[in-house]
Design a protein. Sequence first.
Length: 494
Amino acid sequence: MPPYVVETGARIVDRYRLEQALGETGSTSYWRAQDELLDRPVGVCLLGKDADNAGRILSAARQAAAVSDPRFLRVLDASDTGDMVYVVTEWVAASSLADLLTDGPMSPGEARVMVAEIARALEAAHQQGLGHLCLQPEHILRTTQGQVKVAGLAVDAAVRGVHVSSPQDANRRDVEGCAAVLYAALTARWPGDEQTALSPAPRENGILCAPRQVRAGVPDDLDEIASRALIARHRAGSRPLKTLDELVSLLGSAHVTTRMPAVGPAPAGGPDDTPYPPSYLAAYDDTSRGRRRALSRLAWVLAALVLTAGLGLAAWQLATAAFDGGSSGDTDPTTGPSQTTSTNGRSPVEVVGISSFDPPPGDGEENGDRAERVLDGDISTVWTTKTYFDQFGPSGLKEGVGLVLDLGRGQSVSSVAVTLRGNSSDVELRTSDEEGRRLEDFDVVGEVSGRSGLVEIEPKEPVETRYLLVWLTALPQVDGGSYRGTIAEIQVRG
């Protein structure tokens, strides 16, 4: 390559003026340049014509140019001048992953959303026969408007001489790349062997430490996703994560809050002697720490007010009942107290079993391992649907998903209380005397639309049934263009 080509101010094909050197990889150099024809900044990758992989890089650039997904930096131009090969890409005002982690890890919710976006983009690229194959922190960008961009699709793998033997191998490499980005976002450490702007992640006996070993408060679900992709192959009996489709599904259904365990004594020697903070020092959700503290304080104040009002109301009711009981000759004093254990005469009905319900055309699995969370009496633990990119309904992917509750035997049901999360959900209450396998096996007995929070669904007529189906027919919108339903608690009343 002639020496003048790599000097600031040099022009490529009398159009691209090199303005700032960004780095080098072998015989390849990266520049910020100005497209003088269209008067806009661009990125330029340059390499000598005699480079062994010049033809492969040019071929990769031409393939990447056919990918129109806006989550990738677009390839605008690529050619062989006779003296060199150049690739021109769009330029965006953005921060790299390393820049974003300068002040520490992201919140789990932010990390999940970002990596899910990257994984979906790569899944779309793989459908066009193209992969990234070498994701690193400098490839992950976030624009000033908050949009995620992935740089170097196919081209950087060609620059580094990365080869894959099959589409399955390409899929696995990009799953590991996404998991490495997730790991970095959660810990501010890079788990790969490459040298990057991030500090390397720690290892034990040569095996990468799990995210939860590096940073306190990493949610179980996200820790498991990263570990299955990056560590599982080193552990006997573990099932590695190999496909982008599975990764996208797991990220969409991941529960990103962690419970706060009881606080124990501080570790001996103080925090300076502890390489990784103990897990009880932090808990995270999708919001900032400051907002969580403020909401927590507000929740305690509201709880205190509700409790005070409730105690006052209960005292007034007891006093009234005692007064009425003393003045009425028709009241049986032995039956009065027992009636106060029900709500409006409705007693709780025990649920002996629960499972998710996703009949055809669904795949039969809708986070069933989390279904019991809606019966534990703790509204901080929830069951969520998978994440969908179309709303339910006749024109959507499916009609709905839900939970089947087994009452053990036929019992009278007067209402079902459902605690919903999110902006707006539509819910049907259905019943069946048999353990139904199809939606048609359950009869609709009640429904609500556009509701959130605590919702009480009452059958249109008194019913006696063994199986109840809480069936979500419309989900709240989350993460911009996707949909996911969340139920915190369900209580059946007779």
